[in-house]
Design a protein around this ligand. Structure first.
Ligand code: NAD
Length: 273
């Protein structure tokens, strides 16, 4: 496997740019899927309390025999557990399920603006980072307005914001904001949950490069500097999705992909969760 580039975070740590996501993997399939992903060469696993499969992730990590510092493991705070103490307790439970002493990255999964506790929750995350139980802390599904509130009311800039992002939803404004503030963009559902892959423009680029549609879309993400973690339970697709580091898109390819922007989401809008 070609070396996956490391992306530097604003806290001095770094994250492998390409990883493996475990959303919608059945709890009973998770150990097997993550074990295969680790065998194939993935070293960054994107998990969440909400996905209900942290035990399987933990069993695969334990069985892998890999040293802890060779792995980058993310989990995310359950949407029902905002609050300073609650965030810490929820992480302790995650660590128990994962069989780990720390996660590399802990994210507020959704801002829940109607509940309006994300600022308090973030102060809990700052304390968690100070204990080392999460090496880095960040957010997910935050809009600029939510990030602005953290900037105004707390002392720590999130290391990452993990948002839905793919050629239909390139998130230009948010990416520019992140760039200016030193926040790394993590692109979730990087393949639009697979729905984008039949698009004729992408199929055309795939044919021209002699690669698969998924590989073209992942190469686009890496070229933008996004961190990605496509999900698949099929080993051949896991391999395919990791085998993208040598693909260079031409400016004309990037322009063709930019024309696909439609604002289409595969998941909910952050203000509605
Ligand atoms: P994705 O864009 O990674 O698409 C996954 C689907 O695409 C697969 O189920 C499969 O149907 C298809 N696919 C994958 N590789 C393929 C290939 N090589 N060829 C053909 N089809 C292929 O969607 P996702 O799982 O939603 O996103 C990836 C990860 O992002 C998740 O597993 C999770 O870790 C994270 N995520 C985070 C949030 C959040 O709120 N923070 C939300 C959704 C997803």
């Amino acid at each position: 496997v070609t070396e996956v580039p490391a992306v530097r975070l604003n806290d001095g740590r770094s994250v492998p740019q390409l990883g493996f996501g475990v959303y919608q993997i059945e709890p009973d399939d998770t150990e097997r899927a993550v074990s295969r992903a680790l065998e194939i060469g993935y070293r960054h696993i994107d998990a969440a309390q909400l996905y209900g499969n942290e035990e399987g992730v933990g069993r695969a990590i334990a069985a892998s025999g890999l040293a802890r510092d060779e792995l980058f493991v993310t989990t995310k705070l359950d949407i029902e557990r905002h609050g300073r103490d609650s965030a810490r307790e929820a992480l302790d439970e995650s660590l128990e399920r994962l069989g780990l002493e720390y996660v590399d990255l802990y994210l507020i999964h959704w801002p829940r603006p109607a509940e309006d506790r994300y600022v308090e929750t973030w102060t809990g995350f700052e304390q968690i980072a100070a204990t080392g139980r999460a090496r880095s802390i960040g957010v997910s599904n935050f809009l600029v307005a939510h990030l602005e509130r953290l900037a105004a009311e707390t002392a720590t800039v999130p290391a990452v914001n993990q948002v839905e992002l793919h050629p239909w939803l390139p998130q230009q404004e948010l990416r520019a904001y992140h760039r200016d503030r030193g926040i790394v963009t993590q692109a979730y559902s990087p393949l639009a949950q697979g729905e984008l892959l039949a698009h004729p423009v992408i199929a055309g680029l795939a044919a021209r490069h002699g690669r698969s549609p998924a590989q073209i879309v992942l190469a686009w993400h890496l070229g933008l500097g996004n961190v990605v973690f496509p999900k698949s339970v099929r080993p051949e697709r896991m391999r395919e999705n990791l085998d993208v580091l040598d693909i260079t898109l031409a400016d004309a390819d990037v322009t063709a992909l930019a024309r696909l922007e439609s604002g289409r989401r595969t998941g909910p809008h952050p203000d509605e969760v």
